[in-house]
Design a protein around this ligand. Structure first.
Ligand SMILES: CC(C)(COP(=O)(O)OP(=O)(O)OC[C@H]1O[C@@H](n2cnc3c(N)ncnc32)[C@H](O)[C@@H]1OP(=O)(O)O)[C@@H](O)C(=O)NCCC(=O)NCCS
Length: 380
């Protein structure tokens, strides 16, 4: 136990007193390995924006001699799980852990996590989990070696840039926006058994950040009002994350900088090639997150691709600020082959770590990965 661990006070976040100091701390903390592109998050005056849409949430800060030196956030919800003792579990998600560079390796990060776990336990949470880049040694060691979390899933974060050239959607594909009630019906019917499906999907779909749900199917076929679906179909919903916070590349390897510049020049002088250039990531930008991607039937892979292209066109047309489209799928999910993405921008092996906060859930943390995983847009 370090000296500062004894001295630092850990307390709930106070918007008035802490807002500017938390934003300043966020600016000073680079997340992940030094050699990778670092993304800076601009919470636009609301450091709690990433948890505010969850059913229950909390933010804690660590203070030492009136200096704010650490922060952590957590949210709670009920999701589908596979394994004993139940098929629904109350899960606590840990995010936004930051410790000021000069105060690291003194136990502050561990103390913040433990205090958040205490809040989870008081709220009857069964399992705690967090997501990190697998190369983030500090975070992986902290959670796995020090705090007893285990590696749970390795989903792929797929990122595609938005460019000004719209995709052509062939006329043999019907794309239709469906009502929230229909979307909820379809999600509960076809996806409720998927790992991490949120029990309060109705809140997600009705949130003002959720721009809607679209289905795609071969023209000539139709959706029945009783839930009858075409022979092949696909569905997804879109969440406007850029409304909550902006991203900006804090630093990037030289190759990435050169690529950005040269691809922009190519696009300027040879627009007929319709080369997708890398947008300007050095100024704050927003993004759309595609969630609840589902497909069924022999043509459904192509239909997913069409839906993604449709979302791209929507972003390019309606939202100047939206520079990338992001989605996250389970590590083994073949969906990734149908979702357009750039490897350069994507993280093909994100790491989710989990810990049972109740003994009876211990076995569940060891269940093998399912084919599919529901990634909640509120946790991006
Ligand atoms: C990750 C972070 C929060 C750790 O905070 P911290 O206060 O230094 O953590 P602790 O002092 O409690 O460290 C506990 C254990 O974590 C591991 N650890 C922490 N920093 C490490 C590092 N740089 N390299 C390797 N292991 C590290 C060690 O096992 C350490 O135990 P030890 O000091 O007895 O060896 C901090 O490095 C940070 O803010 N990083 C930038 C933001 C980030 O990556 N957040 C995590 C996002 S999920």
């Amino acid at each position: 136990m370090g000296f500062e661990e004894e001295e630092a006070i850990i307390r709930s976040y106070d918007g008035e007193a802490d807002r500017a100091r938390v934003e300043d701390l966020e600016r000073r903390c680079e997340v992940g390995p030094a050699e990778r592109v670092y993304l800076f998050t601009d919470t636009m005056g609301d450091p709690m924006c990433r948890i505010r849409n969850s059913p229950m949430y909390k933010m804690l800060v660590a203070e030492l001699d009136k200096e704010l030196i650490g922060v952590i956030q957590g949210s709670i919800k009920v999701v589908t799980v596979h394994g004993r003792p139940r098929d629904l579990a109350r899960v606590g998600y840990i995010l936004g852990l930051r410790v000021a560079p000069l105060h690291r390796r003194k136990g502050i990060g561990s103390s913040l996590v433990r205090r958040l776990e205490e809040w989870f336990i008081a709220k009857d949470v069964d399992l705690a989990y967090m997501a990190t880049e697998k190369e983030n040694d500090a975070s992986v060691n902290l959670f796995i070696d020090k705090l007893g979390y285990i590696k749970f899933r390795t989903p792929a974060m797929l990122v595609n840039p938005v460019h000004c050239h719209p995709f052509h959607i062939p006329s043999n594909v019907e794309i239709e926006k469906i009502k929230v009630e229909e979307a909820e019906f379809l999600y509960r019917k076809f996806m409720a058994s998927m790992e991490f499906f949120p029990n309060d999907i109705h809140n997600v779909l009705r949130n003002k950040l959720s721009l809607g749900t679209w289905v795609a199917y071969p023209r000539g076929e139709s959706f029945g009002c009783d839930g009858q679906v075409p022979s092949s179909w696909a569905m997804l919903s879109v969440w406007n994350s850029g409304e909550l916070f902006k991203l900006r590349v804090g630093k990037a390897p030289l190759s990435c900088l050169l690529y950005t510049k040269s691809s922009r020049l190519m696009d300027k002088y040879f627009p007929c090639f319709k080369l997708p250039y890398l947008p300007d990531f050095f100024h704050p930008f927003g993004f759309y997150f595609m969630y609840g991607v589902h497909r069924d039937g022999p043509l459904s892979g192509k239909l997913v691709r069409r839906l993604c292209q449709f979302v791209h066109n929507m972003a390019a047309k309606a939202n100047k600020d939206c520079k990338v489209i992001v989605t996250e799928v389970a590590g083994h999910d073949t969906l990734r082959h149908h979702i357009p993405h750039w490897k350069l921008l994507s993280c093909l092996e994100d790491l989710w770590c989990m810990k049972a906060l109740k003994n009876e859930f211990h076995e569940l943390t060891k269940t093998p990965p399912q084919r599919a995983l529901f990634v909640d847009p509120r946790e991006v």
